[in-house]
Design a binder for this molecule. Structure first.
Ligand code: SAH
Ligand code: SF4
Ligand code: F3S
Length: 480
């Protein structure tokens, strides 16, 4: 391809790589917006980028190390680019490793231009401008007094820019309503990387939700490190709660589905449970990390709930919303975890019949309480336990999915399928469903229809529009 002559040169190009959780995905999309006024537009080719931005995750050692291996590759890319006579690309690191180990990044990867913690994104554009002017090793990891959401520009309603890693039409979108965590689970770095809990006020959340819906979103996931601990200002004297927020958001026309993550079991209150029973928009699929099925390990993890407390919440949620399914997170091989403790975890998994779960080997993290606990579990035992737990989780997940073949469920269509006559949507339980349609698949995007699930592939279903539905009726829910 011939080199572009300067007058035709497009604006500067930005490559973003996002590690870690949904909050990082949301933050990345906000950073893309912040950098647009400087002339940056997203590219999918790292080698083409004038600015390479890595939004990092510190949760486990492997996640942090992934940052450094990627940075090594970017350094080589930059050399190639300079050798080919192009300008020098800037390299920026954001996210939780930036917050926790900013100085260490500059020491181990001195070629990095910018290190910016999650609370400092409002100042990112100014830092990039300085780096463009030749300043190096810029570091900002302050926790400012002003909450970061207040100083971020209002979200635009251009659907193509909202979610750089998400689907094209953004039928599903993320909305951060809370950030930070005061719970200090003994294994976890999040309270150190994201700071103290902050809940955004209702008015801001509603405004952003309406903007997202106007841009095509129909399924919004409310995000927070401890999202059900949300207690934002709702303009009334009474204490607010996530259940109340869900009721307010459920009134937004065309917002068909509301989800939230990640929740802490101790913050599941009656208001939220009742909201699940009353609001069809509140999806019957809840990610509720429990970490372990042993009370003594939960105590050592500083989780502030017992196995019985967790089971009580699960039972109550199922009473109020019988089609409720659960997903969770587990840590195996926490210091002092005995065979009996691990067996108790397997029992809990069987008792709840999780529809899905993530499981991790315990990874000691700098600065956390658990990092100095005695009795580490041997690596091979950790490996064996992880395998056993994952096999059980897979069995339950397969059972959950197999059990739905033949059912008719509401499917929200999100994107065109691999073949030209296919449309792909999601069930309330986030299972992808592929349906063949006679007309333009594009015209189905954003609509919700009843679909009969005919067969299961590995993680998705093949389905057919249910006979009883007429395309004019836009379903809000199906009776359970
Ligand atoms: N905000 C989320 C936490 C994100 S971390 C929440 O409150 O659940 C996601 C998961 O990573 C946690 O639920 C936990 O299972 C796992 N995790 C966190 N720290 C870990 C560590 N030090 N070692 C292994 N897994 C860890
Ligand atoms: Fe980490 Fe615990 Fe807070 Fe979740 S609740 S972010 S695991 S400290
Ligand atoms: Fe990772 Fe930070 Fe999220 S440590 S999991 S990116 S809050």
């Amino acid at each position: 391809m011939p080199d572009l002559i300067p007058s035709q040169q497009p604006s500067k190009r930005l490559f973003v790589q996002t590690h870690g959780c949904q909050m990082n995905v949301y933050d990345s999309s906000r950073m893309v917006e912040l950098l647009e006024p400087l002339g940056y537009q997203l590219t999918e080719e790292a080698s083409q980028a004038d600015l390479l931005l890595l939004n990092s995750c510190h949760i486990r050692e492997k996640a942090s190390e992934k940052l450094f291996s990627e940075l090594g590759r970017w350094r080589d890319l930059r050399k190639d680019r300079i050798n080919q006579g192009h300008g020098r690309a800037l390299i920026a690191v954001a996210g939780c490793v930036a917050q926790a180990e900013g100085q260490e990044i500059l020491r181990r990867a001195p070629f990095v231009d910018i290190v910016v913690g999650p609370q400092s994104y409002p100042r990112l554009a100014a830092m990039v401008a300085k780096a463009e002017a030749g300043q190096r090793a810029l570091l900002d990891t302050e926790f400012p007094a002003e909450p970061k959401f207040d100083s971020l520009p209002a979200l635009r309603s251009d659907p193509t820019a909202l979610n750089p890693t998400g689907n094209v039409k953004n039928v599903s979108a993320f909305l951060a309503i809370q950030e930070g965590c005061d719970r200090f689970c003994s294994f976890c770095v999040v309270p150190f990387t994201r700071g103290a809990e902050y809940s955004r006020p209702v008015a801001d959340i509603v405004r952003e939700a309406k903007q997202l819906v106007a841009a095509g979103a129909r399924d919004i996931t409310l995000l927070g490190q401890n999202v059900n601990g949300w207690h934002g200002d709702d303009g009334n004297a009474r204490p607010s709660s996530l259940g109340r927020l869900a009721r307010i958001l459920a009134e937004i026309p065309n917002l068909k589905r509301i989800r939230y993550m990640t929740s802490h079991p101790s913050d599941v209150d009656m208001d939220l449970i009742i909201a699940h029973g009353e609001l069809p928009q509140l999806m019957p699929f809840l990610h509720l990390p429990v970490q372990s099925g042993s009370d003594s390990i939960l105590a050592a993890m500083n989780r502030s709930h017992s196995v019985a407390d967790f089971m009580r919440s699960v039972d109550l949620l199922r009473q109020h919303r019988p089609d409720m399914a659960f997903s969770s997170d587990f840590i195996v091989g926490f210091p002092g975890e005995s065979d009996a403790d691990f067996k108790a975890t397997l029992e809990l998994v069987r008792a709840v019949r999780f529809a899905q779960a993530y499981s991790f080997k315990y990874s000691p993290r700098p600065g956390t309480l658990a990092a100095s606990l005695p009795n580490p579990v041997e690596a091979h035992v950790q490996d064996e336990r992880l395998q056993e737990l994952q096999a059980l989780i897979q069995e339950l997940q397969d059972g959950f999915n197999d059990g739905m073949v033949g059912d008719t469920v509401p499917v929200l269509f999100e994107k065109e399928g691999r073949h030209s006559n296919q449309i792909v949507g999601k069930t309330p339980w986030l299972q992808p469903v592929v349906v063949e349609v006679a007309d333009d698949p594009d015209s189905w995007i954003g609509l919700e229809r009843n679909v009969t699930l005919e067969s299961r592939m590995v993680y998705s279903f093949k389905g057919q529009m249910a006979k009883a539905t007429t395309p004019e009726i836009d379903l809000q829910m199906v009776e359970s």
